[in-house]
Design a protein around this ligand. Structure first.
Ligand SMILES: [Zn+2]
Ligand SMILES: [Zn+2]
Length: 293
């Protein structure tokens, strides 16, 4: 009897057959790993013959699923800063971090396109890894499960809505792609307050997704409760704009997005705190660039 074949995982991709590339200024892109350059199963025809009760039947080879998933990932719009974000690459250094990772990983692994699922909302100061976990979730969903996803930054979403409106497109046309994608991640929620009209469009978008049972994921730097404005030690002269900035940061999420949207978020998401848990001004090196936002 032949000895079981030793399969050493590919040193480039580690096994899954795809590689994610980081190109600054461009959304994350994946490609087939060189180990998958020529498919040994179908000889690159895209089909394999599988035996069945009525004789052999042609079936789409798994390598074509890989290509389709890579296309989904490449359309997601994951920002370059977190292009390589994954669950394995997420460093856990506090109970907040392990809880948030569990929620995101559970969501991604258990997600089913044919059943409504509750999304999640991460809140906390910048530097905790919120964007990393959003990106890791979308990576898993697209590349491992073949689920179409989109990532948008809140401010860009508002300006896209506005640009669409200015160019004469109607509400439906502007919102449709985002309203129908199976999983949508909205980052930096509340960063811009937006006009009443922009907020009503946002309300429309998330209500429509909610009514269609589609999951939406959020990250925001705002807390659920208004906070005391953080003191800035050693700052003798606070400029007006700095005061303004601190006041804005101290606002609660519902103050930023409005009660209507806030209560909708409550219905459709699990709220999870994900805060760096340390004073970022004192520890600028520890929690800085590597984690992205
Ligand atoms: Zn490989
Ligand atoms: Zn193949």
């Amino acid at each position: 009897m032949a000895a079981p074949q030793e399969t050493t995982p590919c040193t480039t991709c580690g096994g899954p057959g795809y590689v994610v590339e980081q190109v600054l200024g461009r959304p994350a892109q994946a490609r087939r790993c060189d180990c998958q350059a020529a498919c040994p199963r179908c000889r690159d025809t895209g089909f394999v013959l599988v035996p069945g009760p009525g004789g052999e039947k042609a079936q789409v080879c798994a390598c074509r699923h890989l290509d389709a998933r890579i296309v989904l990932f490449n359309k997601t719009g994951i920002p370059a800063a977190v292009a390589k974000a994954s669950f394995e690459g997420f460093k856990v250094w506090s109970p907040d971090h392990s809880a948030a990772k569990r929620v995101a990983e559970d969501f991604a692994r258990k997600f089913r396109s044919d059943a409504p699922s509750k999304g999640f909302l991460f809140y906390g100061r910048p530097g905790g890894g919120k964007t990393h976990l959003l990106a890791a979730s979308l990576r898993w969903l697209t590349l491992e499960k073949g689920v179409a996803c989109r990532y948008v930054e809140f401010m860009l979403l508002l300006s896209d809505i506005k640009a669409g409106f200015d160019s004469g497109r109607n509400q439906m046309e502007i919102l449709k792609p985002l309203a129908s994608v199976p999983v949508l991640a909205i980052d930096e929620l509340g960063k811009e307050r937006g006009t009443d009209w922009e907020r009503s469009m946002l309300d429309e978008l998330i209500s429509r997704r909610f009514n269609n049972g589609l999951a939406t994921l959020f990250a925001t730097n705002y807390f659920l409760e208004a906070r005391a404005a953080p003191e800035e030690p050693g700052a003798r002269v606070a400029t007006r704009s700095k005061d303004f900035q601190r006041d804005a940061e101290a606002m609660s999420l519902s103050q930023r997005v409005g009660d209507r949207i806030y209560s909708r978020l409550n219905e459709m998401c699990t709220f999870v705190k994900l805060d760096p848990g340390l004073d970022l001004r004192k520890d600028a090196h520890g929690a800085g660039g590597f984690w992205g936002k």
